[in-house]
Design a binder for this molecule. Structure first.
Ligand SMILES: Nc1ncnc2c1ncn2[C@@H]1O[C@H](COP(=O)(O)OP(=O)(O)OP(=O)(O)O)[C@@H](O)[C@H]1O
Length: 226
């Protein structure tokens, strides 16, 4: 899809957890190929913001668009369609531990409507190559290191060629050297055109890989000027 539209726009959006307003009057946009960090103290609302973007929390006030989907108008039946257009990477790896890498990826492909075996095999090989795990197809998750498991999670998020990847503390459980490898994978994905919004507490990464920074603070989202 060619489009010069922003990949993500929030316009006077309020982010709620239940009745509680977590972030108010949030406005920003992310364009194709942007890399944006989301920072802020524990409890400042980073995860709540990301959850709103993948429609785990409803956007009640204001407007929001992500990957062509209107978050303020989305219906529960549209959520699977939205999740196909964005990639999501959580801190907890959430792989099926009783299935090998290929089976983990195939599960997502089938769930998102893929049926052609050859196309599925090609796509799985492509995304594993993209994250530097070209030979890991038959490995069980427990045979992989934490960093390798996280790379499988990133590969899984890339299966449907998302316009944007939402990552919540993707290096949270990993040591600095492994976090660095994960960042290099994100950089390569970003350089190939996928926008990335990444919540992190890891300020070393911000220094080492400078990019736009949004901060959740005092119930607001502010853009830090570089
Ligand atoms: N499931 C929930 N139900 C009710 N309130 C919640 C829920 N999850 C989070 N909150 C509240 O919403 C606020 C924002 O939490 P959130 O998890 O978005 O912050 P965060 O910046 O991601 O924190 P962390 O850095 O610790 O992950 C906090 O006050 C938190 O207590």
């Amino acid at each position: 899809m060619f489009s010069s539209e922003p990949v993500l726009t929030l316009d006077h959006a309020d982010i709620y957890q239940g009745q509680k307003l977590v972030l108010g009057d949030v406005s920003f946009q992310i364009d194709k190929g942007d890399f944006v960090y989301l920072i802020g103290r524990t409890g400042s609302g980073k995860s709540s913001l990301l959850k709103t973007l993948y429609a785990d929390l409803w956007l009640q006030n204001g407007k929001g668009h992500i990957a062509g989907v209107a978050l303020d108008k989305i219906k529960p039946r549209d959520v699977p369609f939205l999740r196909r257009k964005i990639g999501i990477v959580f801190q907890d790896f959430q792989l099926f531990f009783d299935r090998n890498v290929e089976e983990n990826l195939k599960f997502v492909l089938k769930a998102t409507g893929w049926t052609d075996k050859n196309k599925m095999n090609t796509r799985m090989a492509d995304v594993l190559m993209q994250v530097g795990l070209g030979t890991a197809q038959k490995k069980m998750p427990h045979q992989l290191s934490g960093g390798e498991q996280q790379r499988v999670v990133i590969a899984r998020a890339m299966l449907n060629e998302p316009l944007i990847l939402l990552a919540d503390e993707p290096t949270g459980n990993l040591d600095p050297a492994v976090s660095d490898q994960i960042m290099k994978v994100f950089q390569a994905i970003n350089n190939a055109g996928t926008a990335i919004l990444m919540a992190t507490h890891n300020y070393d990464l911000l220094n080492k890989y400078p990019a736009r920074v949004l901060r959740c603070q005092d119930g607001q989202v502010v853009e830090l000027k570089g």
